[in-house]
Write a protein that binds this ligand. Structure first.
Ligand code: FES
Length: 109
């Protein structure tokens, strides 16, 4: 995915996302989970690759998100499936800050 093929979507206010937190948003029909880890912003798909639970309802710990349904574990920065019943990695999306807003880059059409 090249930068040129991305479409940037307004996803949330910077103030909506506390350190160590995750929030769920829908951007152009795509469910996105937004995270703030050590001051850096990340975004992944907000559907677990195991049985589509909402990861934004899970727990963030040590740079990972734990699925609330069967406790699958993913590395937030890379989307890598790390443990539990999950075998497929999560999609990840770039995030940028513009003023007080967080924008998520999704693949263009
Ligand atoms: S739905 Fe996430 S681990 Fe099963």
């Amino acid at each position: 995915m090249t930068e040129a093929s991305l479409v940037w979507h307004d996803a949330a206010a910077v103030a909506d996302l506390a350190e160590g937190a995750v929030i769920g948003r829908t951007c152009a029909g795509t469910a996105v989970a937004l995270y703030r880890i050590d001051g850096a912003y990340h975004a992944t798909a907000d559907r677990c690759t195991h049985a589509e639970a909402r990861l934004s309802e899970g727990e963030v710990a040590e740079g990972c998100i734990e699925c609330p349904l069967h406790y699958g574990l993913f590395e937030i920065a890379t989307g890598k499936a790390l443990g539990g019943p999950v075998g497929r990695d999560l999609a990840t999306y770039p995030v940028r800050v513009e003023g007080e807003r967080l924008l998520v880059g999704l693949p263009g059409g």
